[in-house]
Each structure stands twice: as structure tokens, then as C-alpha cells.
Design a protein around this ligand. Sequence first.
Ligand code: CP
Length: 306
Amino acid sequence: FENVVSMEDLSVEDVLSFVHDATEFKAGKQIELKRPVYAANLFFENSTRTHTSFEMAERKLGLQVVNFDPACSSVNKGETMGDTIKTLQAIGVDVMAIRHKKNEYYKDLVSDPNIHVGIANAGDGSGQHPSQSLLDLMTIYEEFGHFEGLKIAIVGDLTHSRVAHSNMEALTMLGAHVYFGGPKKWYTDEFANYGEWLPMDELVSQMDVMMLLRVQHERIDANENGAFSAADYHEKYGLTLKREAMMPDQSIIMHPAPVNRGVEIADELVECDKSRIFRQMENGVFVRMAIMTSMLRNRDLVKAEY
Ligand code: CP
């Protein structure tokens, strides 16, 4: 791929190919580059997992990582994102991962004829988070070996979640049945088009995957923020110990993290037998290796894969 910015650009075959490549990287596959290749990670919004795992993926592929810190950059003198990227490109950067609070920030960049650097979207506002979606899909595939017919609930802060947007589209395309849970005010028409809303007690006893989302206080305005306490939310919409006991034997718990322990999930369940939360993070490195490799292949920078 020239760029990897949205799940909407990917076919079923593309998704399965990314999952396949990531699985091969997990099994030890390596690549050899034709020349020194440079990567930069531009995170205009906070991140722990996505930022560090893109960097880990780049280093595992043998890329040189150029440091970029928005807080100390000329963005603070008013330089646009487009000019920032063209500057890094002129300096010699080949591929980038970018996170920005603006929804679809990438549209202007990928259509700019003067930008040739490969762009992996590391999250845009409440829009897309394709590398997260692909690592979620890899984790589900690793567990069940298929997507067709799986029942998957996406629970929580749907409106503000790029994970919900990326995953409901991809999972539906792959033949899974998507359900939703959490406060009904966040279950808007766009979600109703993909699946029905059910109360938590009904979801937990039926689902193969309980995919929990973080309550995103930083994206909720002050009026909305006081609408429920953490204890209220946990009792009504959280995965409590009692609800976990109702889940089928082979079912799993997922969460993109960071986790609000004791809010969307009981503290004790974050690392329980059914939890794949840290497995998701582990798989994130391999998925990001697959994403970067696809952009390197597109630029004819890969000499060999073995
Ligand atoms: N899941 C996720 O995107 O985490 P970070 O915000 O820490 O990157």
C-alpha cells in the first residue's frame, strides 16, 4: 500500500493479507532492505502503545527512527502539518506514522502531489485507527481461526471511539455479527446500521468476544462528563466479576487500552484467563511491521523477505 490510513480502503483480502503477514512476523519472519530506510512517528496526541509499538516495529524491520516531538517542533510557530511532513520528507524520511486529533487529517496529505512519504494513520480524532483494528482482528483470528459467524460485542463510549468505527466496519465485512452495549445515548443511528444494542447481562452470556472501550473523559464535554460516576458506570455497563462468570467457556475479553480499571472492566479481570488485553498489545508490534512493510514494498525498498 502507498499509505494505510483507513479500514474503509481495505478489502477482505487486504485485511486477511495483513493478518497473515503479521502472523508471519510473529513467527520470526524478517526483511532485508535495499538501502537505509528512515521512519518518523508524529504523535500530535498522547499515546503509549501505538507510538512505542510503531517504533518497535520499525526497529525490528531495520529502519532508522528519526525523533520528532511536536511539543518542541516548529508546529508551535504555526507551521502546518503539510509543511512539517514535506520538511521531514526533504530531510530523507521515507515512512511515517501520524496521530492527530483532527478527523481525516490524512485526506489532504495523501492527495497532495508533493507528498510521497508513506503515511500510516495512527489514529485521527474519533475517526479511524486502522493499526488498532488490524491488531484486534489478528488477535481474534489467532483465537478462533475465522471471523464468519462470531458474535462480537463492542461496549462503551461508541461515539468518541475510533476503535468502534474501524472495527464495526471490518468485522461486518469479515462475516462476524456485531452487537453493541453501554450507555444508549452513545448508540446512535450509525451504529444501529451495524448491529443491535443489548443490556450487558444479555451480551455476556451470548458473545464470543466482549470488546470493551475506554470511557474517554478527554473527548466528553464538561456537561456530559458528570452524567455518571465510575461506580455507576461499572455497575450498569462494566464487565463485573459476576458478568465475567456468565461468559461462555471459549469466549474472550478485549480492550484497546489504556484501561480505566474498575470502570469499564473490574480490576481483577484485566489479566484474567479470558483477557487478551496484553496479547493485543503484543500483536500490535507485528501488525505494525506488516503495515510498514506494505508501504516499503510499494516503494520498492524491500530486497528480500525470509
Ligand atoms: N490503544 C491505543 O491506541 O493506545 P495508545 O493511545 O496508548 O496508543
